[in-house]
Design a protein around this ligand. Structure first.
Ligand code: DGL
Length: 258
């Protein structure tokens, strides 16, 4: 089969990567996508690197059995824990990862106050330390681990405004909101909180995420290999989940339509 007609595999610890899938679909509407949510093993953010890498290998082997032309790790946590290992193991497969968009948040600014919301693992990994070293400059960066925001999405509580706002209040209780310039959404689950955060944070605070950068990067990689699907029809989306509980399939479709 011509590589350009093959699907793109996208995965996350659970349903957060659906926010990336939506942006991928917008940017490359005629590509086919296979989405794998690892909800049976979510959350990744409080697991060890070894546990996460084992899951990533199983998922990528599944994608390979489905004949994908590229894989997107739609998860900042799995990228920090396992991307280096995975790229060495699967050298013929383009593997695109994600990282908190600190570069975007610090571009052209000095002495800004920036909060990075991410999972505990992303924030304690070496990859994030390297990112801070490269881009922090004179800005003040506060790390904010927010594992509960992952649970809220996975438990279908995202529409419960009280639950969400109380959780945000708790995470932000020690932050001086008047001086807050930017918030980086360093976990793909958190993209679903954009509307809440726009309401909760001061109007001047910029919300920054890495979704579009990741989607553009994949497009460039496929372009370079001449593997973009040039057919003129709308591509398919297939969704898989590691959990047998049907509620995750329902919730995946709900988030996709959100
Ligand atoms: N969605 C994930 C991320 O971007 C991880 C969430 C989790 O499983 O802890 O980091």
């Amino acid at each position: 089969m011509d590589n350009s007609k093959k699907a793109i595999g996208v995965f996350d610890s659970g349903l957060g990567g659906i926010s990336v899938l939506k942006d991928l679909k917008k940017l490359m509407p005629n590509e086919d996508f296979i989405y794998f949510g690892d909800s049976a093993y979510a959350p990744y953010g409080v697991k060890t690197k070894e546990q996460i890498t084992k899951r990533c290998v199983e998922i990528i082997d599944f994608f390979i059995s489905q004949g994908v032309k590229a894989v997107v790790i739609a998860c900042n946590t799995a990228t920090s824990a396992s991307a280096n290992y995975l790229r060495k193991k699967y050298q013929d497969l383009p593997i695109i990862g994600m990282e908190p968009a600190l570069k975007v948040a610090t571009q052209g600014v000095k002495n800004n106050n920036i909060v990075v919301m991410a999972t505990p693992l992303t924030l304690k990994e070496k990859k994030f330390e390297t990112l801070m070293h490269k881009f922090r400059g004179n800005n003040k960066v506060v790390k904010m681990p927010c594992p509960k925001l992952v649970e809220i999405v996975e438990n279908d509580l995202l529409d419960d405004k009280n639950v969400v706002i109380n959780q945000l209040k708790d995470y932000y209780k020690n932050v001086n909101m008047n001086n807050l310039d930017s918030v980086v959404l360093g976990c793909t689950h958190f993209i679903f909180y954009r509307d809440y955060l726009n309401e909760f944070l001061p109007a001047k605070t910029h919300l920054v995420d890495g979704n579009i950068g990741t989607c553009r990067h994949l497009k460039e990689v496929l372009e370079e290999k001449d593997e973009l699907n040039k057919e003129n029809n709308i591509g398919k989306i297939e969704i898989y989940n590691s959990s047998d509980d049907q509620k995750y399939m329902k919730l995946s479709n709900k988030l996709l339509a959100r």
